[in-house]
Every structure is written in structure tokens, then in C-alpha cells.
Design a protein around this ligand. Structure first.
Ligand SMILES: Nc1ncnc2c1ncn2[C@@H]1O[C@H](COP(=O)(O)OP(=O)(O)OP(=O)(O)O)[C@@H](O)[C@H]1O
Ligand SMILES: [Mg+2]
Length: 397
């Protein structure tokens, strides 16, 4: 007889098969997706902060390879690799100075579905376009971020490729180097995740009276491992699970900056307030136990703002009143372009051409650039090479 419980396994299997089909459809035949975005010379110059003339001259005098040829029907342009090379040759790299501390940003909120993974991946790709060296660490066994990077966590990732062998009670890895994977982005690496990472949580629950010391050692390990890896990057982004568990706590104290996404809805606002007060209690307990938690910046980011929904405007006002300048002024707009890209397991920064209308795409892309640019500015401020403050920042103190 078929019980309803066996049906759960069937549903999971059917779902897995569908995910694999979707992934195959979204990606190139080999299990990785490629990166086909291209930038015109004007965009390239704007990104490098130089004139198009400077690029043309370098192409003419041989410092740079000749401009990319026009292919039939395809929009010619520079790839991310080309841009990185250009930055090197033209001395336009935004990388931190060797003595500047790499930013290790936790994108956290215990509320589910607030856009943590969407913000993490879009921020990673935005920073990739800007020319930073970025490491993304998927710390969530749901592995949304891993999926958005083109891996099927079920088929392409084993437990041994996640944080598990390093964080396990019986670790088989002494540092995190084993876990770093290349992505289609030449300057963005990923530590992937899959469902089995959750074993870390089980192990702690099973460690009984020893729990406290196991927890403390996990904390120290994750922080040490990430600090070690971070030396090779400008910015490290951590996407933790939406719960107060071992990994979440370990992530909170391994980070040196905290970014809290939330949508402009009352439930998100209320849960976020709860999250902040829990954070306050937890960090106090950690400090009492001799575990240091310190952030260069703590900011809230409205992650799905619908300008046409009056309730969003109202909740946003409440957020502004409560959080003041800690709320980043530019929200991420709710956009079909983002959810459509997610369906293809991509971010907006990976789309070669708009999915919706050109106008919707451009609007969403410009908005994301501006929203993510706020976080870039905070990071650069930490490096002591900040842009001059905007009028709005001055007004908000
Ligand atoms: N600005 C946006 N516009 C449209 N859709 C969005 C936007 N931000 C997020 N979404 C969608 O909202 C859903 C939840 O986002 P996401 O997975 O990033 O949240 P999360 O906080 O990581 O969730 P979880 O707590 O499960 O890890 C996704 O379907 C995503 O595509
Ligand atoms: Mg997520």
C-alpha cells in the first residue's frame, strides 16, 4: 500500500528531476553555465572611470588586444575577462591595498524569503563587474545561492565540497582551501552548499553536555578559516540559513559587517525587529563567553520595494523612522526581471539580453547598480578610500 508518507519521497524525486531539467535548459551542455554578458566600449570606459579614447589608444599601441570583432548578429563587446585585463593594463583596479582588511559581510535575517540569497548573488556579480575579487560562501543547506551560481546542489555538489568536512565534529579538512570553486565569473569564487551541510547542526544537537565547547570551537574555526581565505579577496559574502543555529551563529561572528535585507511589508518589519533584538542578546552572550563580535557597519536594505503599492511606501516610512540612517536610502525594487532571471538560475548581471522589455530591464539594472553601490561605498569607506559623502548622507548624519 502506498502511504501518504512514501508519497513525500516521490514528490521530492519528481521535483529533483524537474530541477535538473530546468538547469539543463538554462545552462550550456556541460554542467556549468557560461558567462556571455558583454560590454560596449562606452560602458567599459564608464566602469573603468576613463575615457573611451584611453581604451582606443591602448588598443592602437598594442598595450591592449585589438577591439573585439563584430560577430554575425551578435552584439560585440568586452567580456568580464577583457574588462579585468583592461583594468590591469590601465591601472584601474578597485582592489583593496594589501594592508586593508577584506570585508566579510554576513547577509542575514532570521526571517525566510526576505531576499538574502538574491542580495548575496546580485551583490557578488555587481562587485564582479566592478572588478573586485569576491568570494561567496553559501552557508545555507537550502543552497539557493549555489543554485543561482549554476550548480545543482543535489547532483553536482557532494557534502565533501561544502563547509561540512571543515566544520564537522570529526573534521577531515584543516583549512577551507579545498572548498573554493571557480564560477563562470573569473573574479568570483564560491564555496557551495547542499542539504547535507545540515549535518553540522545535527552533530551539535547530538553532542549533549559538550555542546558549549563544540559550538565555541566551530566559531573559532569558521572565523579563522574565512580570515585565512579572505587574504586572497577584496570582499567575502556569507549567505547563512534563516534560523538561529550553529552555522548562523558561527557566520555572525566570523563576519566583520552585517547587511540585513527585508521587504517593505509588516511581517518582514516585525520579524526583522525580532531578529535585531535576538542578535543583541546573542552577541552579548557570545561576548560574555569571550567570543568577539564586531562589525564595521550594520545596515538594513529594503530588498523588494514596489513603488506602486501604497502599503510598501507606508512600511518603508516606518522603517525609515525606526532605523534612521542604518536603513540604506536606495531600496532594491521588486522586479519581474529579477524573478525571471532566478527562474533561469541567473542574476540580472548575467543576462545577455532583457527577459522582459528593455525598459524594465534597464530600470532594474540601474536600480541594482545604485543599491549595490551603497554597499560598495561602505566597504571602500572601511578601506579609507571613500567617495565624497552625498548630500543625503550629510543630511541624515
Ligand atoms: N527585488 C526582487 N524582485 C523580485 N523578486 C525578488 C526580489 N528579491 C527577491 N525576490 C524573490 O523572492 C524570493 C525569495 O528570495 P531569496 O531566495 O533571495 O530569499 P532568502 O531570504 O534567501 O530566502 P531563504 O530564507 O529561504 O534563504 C525568490 O523567489 C526571489 O527570486
Ligand atoms: Mg536564501
Amino acid at each position: 500500500m502506498h502511504s501518504e508518507v512514501t508519497r513525500i519521497a516521490e514528490l521530492a524525486e519528481a521535483g529533483e528531476r524537474m530541477i535538473e531539467r530546468l538547469r539543463k535548459k538554462a545552462f550550456l551542455p556541460e554542467s556549468r553555465k557560461g558567462l556571455s554578458v558583454r560590454y560596449g566600449i562606452a560602458e567599459a570606459a564608464a566602469l573603468l572611470g576613463c575615457s573611451t579614447n584611453r581604451i582606443r589608444m591602448a588598443e592602437d599601441d598594442g598595450r591592449l588586444p585589438p577591439p573585439p570583432p563584430t560577430e554575425n548578429g551578435r552584439r560585440p563587446g568586452y567580456s568580464i575577462e577583457d574588462l579585468l585585463h583592461m583594468r590591469q593594463v590601465l591601472d584601474a583596479s578597485p582592489a583593496r591595498a594589501p594592508l586593508d582588511t577584506p570585508a566579510i559581510i554576513a547577509v542575514q535575517n532570521f526571517k525566510g524569503g526576505v531576499g538574502k540569497s538574491t542580495v548575496t548573488t546580485h551583490l557578488a556579480h555587481y562587485l564582479g563587474v566592478q572588478g573586485y575579487r569576491v568570494l561567496v560562501v553559501d552557508c545555507d543547506s537550502q543552497a539557493t545561492t549555489t543554485t543561482l551560481f549554476g550548480f545543482n546542489p543535489h547532483f553536482n555538489i557532494t557534502r565533501e565540497q561544502t563547509l561540512y568536512p571543515y566544520l564537522s565534529i570529526e573534521p577531515t579538512q584543516a583549512d577551507l582551501l579545498y572548498a573554493v570553486q571557480k564560477t563562470p565569473w573569473p573574479n568570483v569564487d564560491l564555496i557551495p552548499s547542499n542539504l547535507e551541510l545540515f549535518d553540522v547542526e545535527y552533530e551539535l544537537a547530538a553532542s549533549g553536555a559538550d555542546g558549549g565547547s563544540v559550538l565555541a570551537s566551530r566559531f573559532r574555526k569558521l572565523k579563522a578559516g574565512l580570515l585565512d581565505l579572505a587574504r586572497g579577496y577584496d570582499i567575502v559574502l556569507l549567505d547563512p540559513p534563516p534560523a538561529l543555529g550553529t552555522i548562523s551563529l558561527a557566520v555572525m561572528q566570523a563576519a566583520n559587517a552585517l547587511l540585513v535585507p527585508l521587504a517593505a511589508t509588516t511581517p518582514d518589519f516585525c520579524s526583522t525587529v525580532q531578529f535585531l533584538s535576538m542578535m543583541e542578546q546573542v552577541t552579548e552572550q557570545l561576548m560574555n563567553a569571550g567570543i568577539e563580535v564586531d562589525y564595521d557597519f550594520v545596515r538594513l536594505l529594503c530588498s523588494k520595494f514596489d513603488a506602486n503599492d501604497p502599503s510598501h511606501a507606508m512600511v518603508r516610512q516606518i522603517m525609515e523612522q525606526s532605523f534612521g540612517p542604518a536603513l540604506l536610502p536606495v531600496p532594491i525594487l521588486e522586479s519581474a526581471e529579477i524573478s525571471h532571471a532566478a527562474m533561469r538560475m541567473m542574476t540580472i548581471y548575467e543576462l545577455e539580453r532583457p527577459i522582459g522589455t528593455a525598459r524594465t530591464h534597464k530600470r532594474s539594472r540601474n536600480n541594482l547598480d545604485e543599491a549595490m553601490g551603497q554597499i560598495e561605498a561602505l566597504v571602500r569607506r572601511g578601506w579609507g578610500i571613500a567617495q565624497p559623502a552625498s548630500e543625503r548622507e550629510v543630511v541624515n548624519g
